[in-house]
Design a protein around this ligand. Sequence first.
Ligand code: PMP
Length: 446
Amino acid sequence: MTAGDSVAGRIAAWPGSHTAWHRAQASLAGGVSTGLRASMPPHPLFFHHGAGSRLWDVDGNDYLDYVLGWGPVIVGHSHPAVVAAVGEQLRRGQTFGSGHVLEYEVAERLCARIPGAGRVLWSNTGSEAVQVALRLARAHTGRRRYVKFEGHYHGWTDPMLVSYRNLAEDGRPVLGSAGQHPGVLADVSVLPFNDSAAVAELLSQPGSDIAAVLVEPVLCNTGVLPPAPGFLEELRAACDRSGAVLVFDEVITGLRIAAGGAAERYAVTPDLTVLAKALAGGFSLSAVTGRTDIIEQVTSGVVHAGTYNGNPIALAAAAATLDLLSGPDVYPHLEAVSAQLAAGLRTTFARHGVTADVHHVGPVLQVSPGITEVRTARDVLAADWAFYNELIVEALRRGLFLLPGGRWYLSTEHSAADVAQTVAAMDDALAELGRAGRLPVPVAEI
Ligand code: PMP
């Protein structure tokens, strides 16, 4: 299907994906490589290839892609410049276990681009980069405990998977996984996002022993909630007063909501920044950037290891991705297509009498069905996700690949025509649900 074709439900079922998923279950746990993917309704799809803003599944259906690999594919699938850079590096070797030019050339570019970046540590995933940031903070302060916020995700490691989806009424830290070490609960204080008074109070307590405050500066993982005016500034001030290390987890926001991420957009410089996803345009690469004195500790006692750290293939992809993310029109374009999509979705939901909060920060957009205005992570968790799961299956039938949970990512390759097609497809999906009597009752009528 190309832009302008009919958006009426054209996919009845996914026999190829269904067969692949059943076969995969005999060799992969749940038939997927990461547990969350098993929750994609109606069942995980299996893809054959992608190009630009589109994906093709093994049944030959094509989709406008708003999943983007759960974030990394910011310059679109198989961008020729990324493919060429990676191909060239592949001919020269895969990994050296020693120095090479790309590792410092790309680091220099991050130092020029990310506020507060004096040094760069390369690693492979967001989870491991967060782990080394916490270790650096503990070594720097000689303290043990850390602060995170409700609904914030910093990877799947034992210390970090706390109070992400399961939140206690009284704000107590809650483990996120069976098998997780319960001892981590003694080390973490979980506070409500945007409650700067709570942070200031905790950090001012004698003996609070806080080494680090970790925050998604925009709470992308639960509702794409922006920081309240002044919140990041107050975190900065509280950390300055107490000596705790301020860590911005910019795994999603980095290089995406501005050239220099949230630190640039909100003009607050953390001590350490964690980057991943958009960094290498789809390849596995993460980084910690930040204060030289904190990061240089890896030369004097802090262990940071990794066979694949500074991998040349990933860095070749990163160099090409940074080139593509350096044009003057990149961020205005991402902002414009995202605003167009948000406006179109709002109009469409309203036309069908469906209550939903739709908002975006740069090219990260959130739909929260059943809620007029989302303010907190708890609001987002209470949204009407049963309805949304039905909606995204109808959207899938009309050629839109969407994440469960309401978050949408746009790439540099998404055009105004793509967005217009998307809004028409969503309109048709909502009309179909309306005909079937499956639209929720508007909130005002309850
Ligand atoms: N931090 C944030 C803010 C994230 O969104 C994620 C992944 N979604 C991570 C850390 C963990 O990154 P990874 O999946 O690469 O380990």
